[in-house]
Design a protein around this ligand. Structure first.
Ligand code: NAD
Ligand code: UDP
Length: 323
């Protein structure tokens, strides 16, 4: 195992070719670490990591985390799992397997290596919350048999496994509950609201609001989310989480649509489509624990983050049409 310097680690990032994973990989390489990126490229793309192949501290392995993995690393970030409703509902059995078997495989690896392991959990563990804003001690309101359950219950079971490995085997765990995050490298076709609205606005196509648009979400810019991951991983063994990571500023989906149309100078009309089943009505993190434990608080407002994301998609779209 390459441990040239005490501070240089070899770090495994599962899901490292995805939206959040590839930004995390960039950041860890910038910090001087070696990174092993493991991904089956289901929703991730080689484009997200193409710029890294000349980098000697970067290694890519195409692998599905539902199968065991035998590697030597000092830390693990477990991000592998499709995150958008369109993709996780495409093959729901595989989604649950990815969360549950993936967690078992990565926890088993961490146990053998006696290393810290980070879990990308989600605000979806709160389901359609009846407590607002959501604190970590809220147990959630999740439908166990609906179309979102493969993701929500898979992630809840993964949390259970993380805490059982911690209690039973003394494994150092870091569980982050991630709220809606957006920014460059979101998959252009994964149907998430920010990418959908920006692409529709840039193409002059109708902006599709599901339901009446009064449902809310809180949107965190990707760079700040990655800061949160790294700060949480950097804590001592007494800190396990779960810890909410998200931007507490809350917007209705209609507000987001209007802001996107305005910021892109688009002529797109807003159209209304049926609300998907079990779509959460509201979502906003209480981030008191993140503030107090890891000194983390997002500062980038939605308008600033959207401007950066719009600029990313403006560059990307012509290349997609060609390629
Ligand atoms: P993404 O879909 O862009 O990335 C997920 C990555 O995991 C992709 O590269 C995909 O190919 C890979 N993957 C999927 N199944 C796999 C498998 N079986 N084996 C190996 N690789 C596999 O999504 P993202 O937004 O980057 O999300 C990353 C993580 O963060 C996910 O675990 C997601 O649940 C969590 N999360 C994200 C958000 C968000 O708003 N982006 C919110 C809450 C939680
Ligand atoms: N949404 C919408 N139009 C779209 C895509 C999504 O109105 O084109 C809504 C969706 O119904 C939900 C919110 O935007 O209420 C956020 O959806 P997303 O899929 O981004 O994330 P999640 O529902 O997982 O929070």
């Amino acid at each position: 195992m390459a441990r040239l310097y005490d501070s240089r680690k070899r770090i495994l990032v599962t899901g490292g070719a995805g939206f959040l994973g590839s930004s995390l990989v960039d950041r860890l390489l910038d910090m001087g670490h070696e990174v092993l990126c493991v991904d089956n490229l289901f929703t991730g793309t080689k484009r997200n990591i193409d710029h890294l192949h000349a980098q000697s501290r970067f290694e890519f392995m195409r692998h599905d985390v539902t199968f065991p993995l035998y590697v030597e690393v000092d830390e693990i970030y477990n991000l592998a799992c499709p995150a958008s409703p369109v993709h996780y509902q495409h093959d729901p059995i595989q989604t649950t397997k990815t969360s549950v078997h993936g967690a078992i495989n990565m926890l088993g690896l961490a146990k053998r290596l006696k290393c810290k392991i980070f879990q990308a959990s989600t605000s979806e563990v709160y389901g359609d919350p009846t407590v607002h804003p959501q604190t970590e001690d809220y147990w959630g309101n999740v439908n166990p048999i609906g179309p979102r359950s493969c993701y929500d219950e898979g992630k809840r079971c993964a949390e259970t496994l993380f805490f059982d490995y911690h209690r039973q085997c003394g494994l150092p765990i870091k569980v982050a509950r991630i709220f809606n995050t957006y920014g460059p490298r979101m998959h252009h076709a994964d149907g998430r609201v920010v990418s959908n609205f920006i692409i529709q606005a840039l193409r002059g196509e109708p902006i599709t609001i599901y339901g009446d648009g009064s449902q809310s979400r809180s949107f965190c810019y990707v760079d700040e989310m990655i800061d949160g991951f790294i700060r949480l991983m950097d804590t001592d063994e007494t800190v396990t989480g779960p810890i909410n990571l998200g931007n507490p500023l809350e917007f209705s989906i209609r507000e987001l649509a209007e802001m996107t149309v305005r910021m892109t100078d688009s002529r797109s009309p807003i159209v209304y489509r049926p609300l998907p089943q079990d779509d959460p009505r509201q979502r906003r993190p209480d981030i008191t624990r993140a503030r107090e434990t890891i000194g983390w608080e997002p500062k980038i407002g939605l308008e600033e983050g959207l401007a950066r994301t719009i600029s990313y998609f403006r560059d990307l779209l012509p290349r997609l049409q060609v390629g």
